[in-house]
Design a protein around this ligand. Sequence first.
Ligand code: ZN
Length: 653
Amino acid sequence: MENVFVEKFADIKILKYEVPGFDKFSLQKKLYIYYLSRAALCGRDILWDQNNRYNLRVRAVLEQIYKTFAGNRACQDFERFVVFLKRVWFSNGIHHHYSTEKIEPGFSPDYFQTLVWQSDWNGFPLPDNAERERLFREISTILFSSEKEMKRVCLDPDKDVIRSSANNFYRGLTQLEAEAYYAALKKEAGENPVSFGLNSRLEKNDGKIVEKVWKSGGLYGAAIDQIIFWLEKASEYAETEYQKQVIEKLVAYYRTGDLRLFDEYCIDWVKELDGEVDFINGFIEVYGDALGIKATWESIVNFKDHEASHRADVLSQNAWWFEQNSPVGDRFKKEDVRGVSARVIHVAILGGDCYPATPIGINLPNSEWIREIHGSKSVTIENITYSYFLDSLGNGMLEEFAFSEEEKARAREFGYLAGNLHTDLHECLGHGSGRMMDGITSEHLKNYYSTIEEARADLFALYYMMDEKLLDLGLLPSPDAALAEYDAYLRNGLITQLTRIEPGKDLEESHMRNRQLICRWAYEHGKADGVVDFVSRDEKTYVRINDYQQLRNLFGQLLAEVQRIKSEGDFEAAQALVESYGVRVDLPLHNEILARFKKLDIAPYAGFINPEYELICDESGNPVDVRISYTDDYAGQMLKYSREYGFLPLIND
Ligand code: ZN
C-alpha cells in the first residue's frame, strides 16, 4: 500500500492501514481474527453513549438526513452539514475527540430545520410523529446552544469537574460526592483493590447514590451480549487452550460486571504470551473521565510482527539494567522488574475508543497493583506508525519547522526508527518502571495523574535514547538517531503540537501537556547554559538544541523529580509542575505557528479507516476463507457500522 491517504475534512485526515501477511495466515488464524474483529465492533454504541447521553440520538438523526435529504445536496450548507457529520463520526459524538469541546455545526438552526423537513423519516427508529418532533427540538437545542453540553471532559481545577463535564459517567452528583463515594469504597477494600467504578455510571436518585453497572442484563447489556456472542465464537478458533480460558474469564466478567473477575482476567491476559494473535476488548482507559475512574469502551485485535518484536524483546530482557541505571531515587526503583512483556504488533481492526483515532502504543493493564505484581503487556503498533510515516513524507512540516538542513537530513534518515524506539522505551520500560510508596495510589495526583504518568514514561524514553546502552544492544544504528529523536521531541513539544490548539486556548490533553511540560522545563532550566534556544530567522521561530548531552542530563533530573512525585503522591508538586510548564501557551509564538501551519494545509489530527473482512463459506455454510479488502469509503464504513452494530436504543436512559 503506497498511498494511505483517504480524505481530509475540517482538522482531520483519514488514512488507511495495511494488515501485512493476512492473506497467508492459516484458516484458523484468519477466523480467530475475524470473529474477534466482530466483537471489536460491537461496543461502538457504548462509547457513543458514554461520551454524551445525546450522541446516539444525534447520530441517528444526522445519518437519516444524510441518507434521505431530498433538497439541494450541492449547496454550501449541505456540504457543511456533511463535514459536521464526518466530524461527529470521527469523534464518536458531538465533542471534538481531542479538545473535547462541542463541535460547532457550521450551519444554522434554520437550515437544520430545512434538513429535517426535507428528509424521509420512514423507517426511523422513532415512528411516532410527536415524539420525533420533540427529538428534533431537543437535538437542535443541544447542537446550537452555547450553554449546554459544552465540554466532554472538563479538567478546570476551579470547577466541579463532574458537573462541568458533558460525558455520561455521572448523573445528579457533585464532584465531592463522587470522590467521597469511591474514597469510602477504597478505604474498606484493603490490599489489591479492584478498580472501583471502572464499569458503571454513578447516579444519585432521590438522595440515594447507585452504580448502574455496564454488563449483560445491565446498562449497555444489548451491546455487551453481542460482544459475548462473537467472543465465544472466536474462542472456537483460539490458537491455544489458554487463550480460550482468558476469553472465558472476560466473558464471565461481561456477564456479571464483577470487577474482581476483571482483575483475574487482566492477570491471565498479562500471562498469555504464546499466541500470535492478541486482543483488547473492554472498559479500559479512563482519560474520558475527569476523575480518572470511569473507563471508555475500546477494542483492538492484533498479531505479532516477529522481526520488529525483536527490538522490544531486547529492551524487555534488559529491563532490570534500565531500572537500576535510571537517575531516579533508589527507593523509587523496583527491586525486581518482571513481566515487562513487549511486542511489536500489527492491528487487524480498531474499535470503540481506538477508532478512528488510535494510539500507536499500548501498555496494559492499568491497575497499579497488577502491574507491580504481575507485570504488564506493552505493544507498539507498527502498521499504524508506518502509515503515519508514509503520510508524513512530503507534507512540508519538516521543511517548515526544522531549523537546519542537518536536522532535516537526520529526521529523514532516522526519524521513523528513532520514533519507534522512543515509543518502545516509553511503553515497554517507561510506564512499567518505578514503584509507589506504601499507601500511595494514582488517585493521589487526581486530575494531574495522567500528565505526570505520561511525562514519566516519555522522560524515561528520552533519557535512555542517548545512552550508549542502546548502541551496545544494536538498537540504534548511529548516535545521530538519538539526536534526531531529541530534535523531533522538542520541535513537537515547543512548536508543532501547538498547531492542534485553537488560538487563545490552553493545553488540556494529558499527552500534549506532558510534552510541553518536559520541553518547557528543559528550556527554562537550561537557559543559563544555552542548552536550547528559540532562534528567529526570516521572522520565523525555530528550536535549536545546542548541547544534546546537557539536555539529556536535564531530562534525567526531571525524570527523578517526576518519579518522586508519582511515588509519593505529591499532589502540590504535580500541580505546580503541570500548571507552570504544561498548560499555558505562548500566545505570539502560537499565532505565528498557526499562520505558518495554515499555509501547509495539513490536518493536525489523523484517524484510520478499518479494512473490511468478508467471511467466505462453502455450500453447507462452513467457513472456508476470510477475505480482506481496503475501502476508501469513510462515510460508507461509518454508515455500515451504525447499521450492523447499532445495538443500543436511541434513548438509553
Ligand atoms: Zn503512555
